[in-house]
Design a protein around this ligand. Structure first.
Ligand code: ADP
Ligand code: MG
Length: 709
């Protein structure tokens, strides 16, 4: 006798199985999931988390419903059905009621089926999102369940709500289908391997990955859900920090030039040229730099400080240390105007010191260029200031020891790297930014650098008074201007310039210039206009008139954002201020308040403002600290839209973690990452094998960053 055994093997799926092996997913659905949500494999699906949860153990009363509630459920009796509207507007309306209220439910499709299935006079469980329509609350297309069926299912607490794109909804792939997919997946006994080392899970009392993922989709209660989120956020932040910590550690293996000598240049400057006392913050930062210079290891440092906090001076003194030790130094600025200004300031600072300083930009003449190239190669040129022109291949130094990059956020990581190759031994690098970056973002964007902060302004500065005004008070604003000008002060009036609407913006600017010229007529008043579309020569002339104090008013676009330094200018008017971002407003405001007079910044806006615009304006009026402003900016815009974050090459889009909110967790992740890398940067220890494996996986995924190299 032959026995035929047929084994029914349950279909085993793994993390990397294509999504169509999940029960209930056909080819069409698999295609849609891939094209709309980039869900291709099981792991993509299990990492697609609900954006919100609703508590299915809680029943609302109809009288409690309002349109700011998310999805909710309630028990009510169907009182009657009626049909409203004609043609495509035709809809089925059911009135339902509980002890103390009634509510209308609306269906546009499948109306016959609803009417047949759910009887008038019977109580059901309804589930949906309350909306405000025609002066009252209603719910469109609610889910309905029999009370008995609902109770049989024993809904446990929270239920996940997933974002579902329209294209899927049209194919009837809705919330229930999604929830069903997760039920199927977890039924198969899918193995989710741990991705964090055991000692971290123990030390930090973290939930296992497997439990965390299940809780994310089917939370048993609020506490477990929070632990699950905590665990997953930690992991996201931790691996980014681990990558950065490793890069930082590897960098520390690069030998650096030794600048042991504090020589003639520095001492002369310090004793003779420097006419004021350094602030404590400046002293502290200089100490940090000197420590790096004397360590024999290459410096990679970020110098953060608000506009006017005295970064340039610190940079200059550090450059003098390089010069004292026989090395060349350079300073790279993002624009020609800024490079020019650095050049002028530095020359003033250095007055009668015998030191060879030159400037190289895109508009440097050929002859001058040749001199610069020659002096760079024979070592006569000690300090070079310039723009991107500095990183061109043909610019060769004899012995470049120190590089300062101003306004780093406009340069990418790759450009930073290019400067390294300018010498056999990479130069020390200091990046300066006047756009304060919130701590959490700095840790992520610049996590591979050491960070110095100048958090103190030179003494005697008066805080800029910031006011918000609308068109109706324009006359009063003009009166203020007149009285300031009568005191001998100068005024900036800035108009927004946004690429998409350039034409209109220039019209605004020109109309503005005309009306200002009428309100402030020549020859009593002298008004200049400066914008990017002018010929360089005319622009330069306008700027010079203002810088020399011959023009009272400068009407401009944001070209003045970086660049001009006119201590006598005490009023900044920003037109259509609601159209500027916070960091830009802060930068603009930094153009005034540079002298000892009381300065003003007046933000002109239209009367009606969006919520975010209002928040930005209020923030400017209430705060002057750039770091505080940056924190608000991060909360309003999210890290992806913060200036410079796109070019950084560091992933900042997390699935769950949020740089604006998870600062403490980020610090913890960073601390742990640094500890690990300190002990074992190659992840060779037994207990670190999992880190190695995970980093390799991340490198292969589209996590793509330039940091893990
Ligand atoms: P930042 O580069 O941070 O915007 P700067 O270096 O341009 O700031 O300094 C702004 C102004 O303050 C300059 O005119 C500079 O000479 C002056 N300054 C810098 N440090 C001090 C100080 N310790 N005391 C007084 N003035 C200072
Ligand atoms: Mg500066």
């Amino acid at each position: 006798m032959i026995a035929i055994f047929i084994f029914v093997i349950p279909l085993m799926i793994g993390l990397y199985s294509p999504i169509k092996f999940v029960k209930g997913v056909g080819d069409k659905m698999a295609d849609l999931l891939a094209s709309e949500l980039e869900i291709k494999t099981v792991i993509d699906l299990i990492y697609y988390f609900p954006f919100r949860y609703i508590d299915r153990s809680k029943f609302y009363k109809i009288s409690e419903l309002s349109d700011d509630l998310p999805y909710i459920q309630f028990k009510a009796k169907i009182l009657n059905y009626r049909t409203d509207g004609q043609g495509y507007k035709q809809r089925l309306v059911a009135t339902v009621g509980d002890e103390n209220g009634t509510l209308e439910l609306v269906w546009f499709k499948g109306t016959k089926w609803i009417r047949d299935k759910f009887a008038v006079g019977k109580v059901y469980v309804f589930f949906g999102k309350p909306n405000f329509f025609n002066h009252k609350i209603n719910i469109a297309h609610p889910d309905i369940e029999d009370i008995e069926a609902f109770e049989r299912k024993k809904m446990s607490g929270f239920q996940g709500i997933y974002t579902i794109p329209e294209k899927l909804k049209k194919k009837y792939i809705g919330l229930k289908v999604f929830q069903g997919l997760y039920v199927e997946i977890f039924k198969t006994g899918l193995k989710i391997e741990e991705s964090l080392p055991n000692f971290l899970i123990q030390d930090l009392n973290l939930m296992s990955l497997s439990d965390a993922i299940k809780q994310m989709h089917f939370p048993e209660n609020n506490e477990k859900l929070n632990r699950a989120k905590h665990r997953i956020k930690f992991e996201e932040l931790f691996y980014v920090q681990l990558g950065l910590a490793k890069t930082k550690k590897i960098r520390k293996r690069f030998k650096g030039h030794l600048f042991n000598e504090v020589g003639e240049y520095f001492m002369q400057f310090y004793n003779k040229n420097l006419i004021f006392e350094l602030t404590n913050a400046q002293k502290r930062v200089l100490k940090e730099i000197r420590k790096d210079f004397g360590s024999g290891i290459q410096m990679n440092r970020l110098l953060q400080g608000d506009v006017g906090s005295g970064k340039t001076l610190v940079a200059l003194m550090a450059m003098l240390l390089a010069t004292d030790n026989g090395y060349q130094a350079c300073l790279m600025a993002p624009t020609e105007i800024l490079a020019n200004q650095h050049f002028v300031t530095i020359n003033e600072f250095l007055r009668d010191l015998e030191i060879n300083v030159r400037i190289l930009t895109g508009s440097t003449r050929k002859k001058q260029r040749e001199i610069i190239h020659e002096e760079l190669e024979n070592g006569k040129l000690q300090i070079l200031i310039g723009t991107h022109a500095l990183i061109e291949d043909k610019v060769k130094f004899e012995n470049l020891g120190f590089v300062v990059i101003d306004e780093q956020h406009r340069f990418g990581v790759a450009q930073r790297a290019k400067l390294w190759k300018k010498n056999k031994l990479p130069p020390h690098i200091m990046v300066m930014t006047a756009t304060p970056i919130p701590r959490t973002l700095a840790m992520t964007l610049y996590g591979d650098l050491d960070v110095s902060v100048i958090d103190e302004l030179p003494p005697g500065r008066k805080e800029v008074k910031t006011l918000h005004a609308t068109d109706s008070s324009r006359l009063r604003v003009f009166a203020t201007l007149k009285s300031e000008i009568a005191k001998g002060r100068q005024v900036y009036i800035v108009y927004p310039l946004i690429k998409e609407s350039e034409k209109f913006d220039y019209k605004d600017l020109e109309d503005g210039y005309e009306s200002i010229s009428r309100a402030f007529p020549a020859p009593e008043y002298n008004t200049v206009i400066v914008h990017g579309k002018m010929k360089a020569k005319d622009k330069e002339r306008g700027m010079q008139l203002f810088v020399q104090g011959q023009a009272h008013i400068m009407v401009a676009t944001t070209v003045i954002e970086v660049g001009v330094n006119v201590p006598n200018a005490s009023v900044m008017i920003i037109e259509s201020a609601e159209r500027f971002g916070l960091s830009q407003l802060h930068q603009l405001r930094g153009r005034v308040g540079r002298g000892s007079d009381q300065s003003f910044c007046i933000l002109m806006t239209s009367y009606k403002l969006s919520r975010d615009s209002r928040k930005r304006i209020e923030t400017m009026v209430n705060y002057s600290d750039g770091f505080k402003i940056a924190e608000v900016d991060l909360k309003l815009r999210g890290p992806g839209d913060m200036e410079g974050t796109q070019q950084s090459g560091v992933p900042i889009h997390f699935k769950l973690a949020n740089l604006a909110e998870d600062g403490d967790l980020l610090s913890l992740a960073r601390e742990k990452a640094l500890e690990i890398v300190e002990k074992d940067s190659e992840f060779e220890f037994e207990e670190h094998q999992i880190l190695k494996k995970q980093m390799d996986l991340l490198k292969k995924s589209n996590f793509g960053w330039e940091i893990i190299s």
